[in-house]
Design a protein around this ligand. Structure first.
Ligand code: FMN
Length: 230
């Protein structure tokens, strides 16, 4: 199994160690990215991705390899420390760069068969709303199954974390489940959102590239992105 492992921070603290240990328990085939190291500048809001295509993004050179890695992986693991009750700005910046791959725009068929794991640690609080928010990103990219791993570590460094046993047990369990249950498909909620987006895309007259994409995929007819999952 291939894993894309994305860190919403450059440093190797608690969040890094938990995300990395989860990945290693699933497979040794890991492709890893760090932000801001691998995507340093923010979205400029030029909308080139929406109107011309993602390849016209001023930062396509950095974003494309990361998105391609996600598309060719079976499992996507993303970690972010909790910063002011949110994911890090650097991780959100990455999500902003791939928003046109949301179900609402031009979702990638390959996403509809993947499993994701989202990890966040906080000293005191906010980690659950962070993993929820990261899971929402996964959902709108078309990923059917996301495991959430929020941990209150009550520590500023991995060495000082006292709940390592709990973390090891939880990551063991999730890794076992992922290895065992390889095939995932979208549930009712994701299919429902897809059908709403389908009706909206039919009437779309502001982003012709999106509408053309849906037409070419035959999604206005009978075809659906999850039908090709083997
Ligand atoms: C900018 C910043 C904001 C933070 N905000 C929160 C917060 O909202 N809630 C919290 O409990 N801890 C907060 N913390 C502490 C970290 O979330 C906590 O130490 C976390 O485990 C660090 O993860 P790391 O070791 O992977 O860097 C913040 C730390 C920083 C640097």
């Amino acid at each position: 199994m291939k894993i894309t492992l994305i860190h919403g921070q450059n440093h190797k603290g608690s969040t890094y160690h938990i995300a990395r240990m989860t990945a290693e328990k699933i497979s040794s085939n890991i492709e890893e990215f760090f932000f801001p190291r691998d995507l340093s500048e923010g979205c400029s809001g030029c909308l080139a991705c929406l109107y011309k295509g993602r390849e016209f993004c001023p930062r396509a050179e950095q974003v494309t390899p990361i998105l391609n890695s996600m598309l060719s992986s079976d499992v996507i693991i993303i970690g972010s420390p909790t910063y002011v009750f949110e994911m890090t700005g650097h991780l959100k910046n990455f999500f902003e760069h791939i928003y046109t791959a949301w179900i609402a725009h031009r979702p990638e068929e390959a996403m509809f068969s993947k499993t994701a794991v989202v990890v966040s640690t906080a000293a005191g609080g906010g980690m659950k709303s962070v993993t929820k928010s990261m899971a929402r990103q996964m959902f709108f990219l078309g990923i059917p199954k996301t495991y959430q791993l929020p941990f209150r570590v009550m520590a500023a460094s991995w060495e000082d974390v006292k709940i390592k046993d709990k973390i090891i047990k939880k990551t063991d369990k999730i890794a076992r489940e992922i290895v065992k249950k390889r095939k995932v498909t979208p549930g009712f909620k994701q299919k429902f959102i897809f059908s709403i987006m389908r009706s909206m895309q039919k009437k779309n007259d502001y982003a012709p590239l999106d509408k053309k994409y849906w037409e070419e995929k035959n999604w206005f007819r009978k075809d659906r992105p999850w039908k090709h999952i083997k």
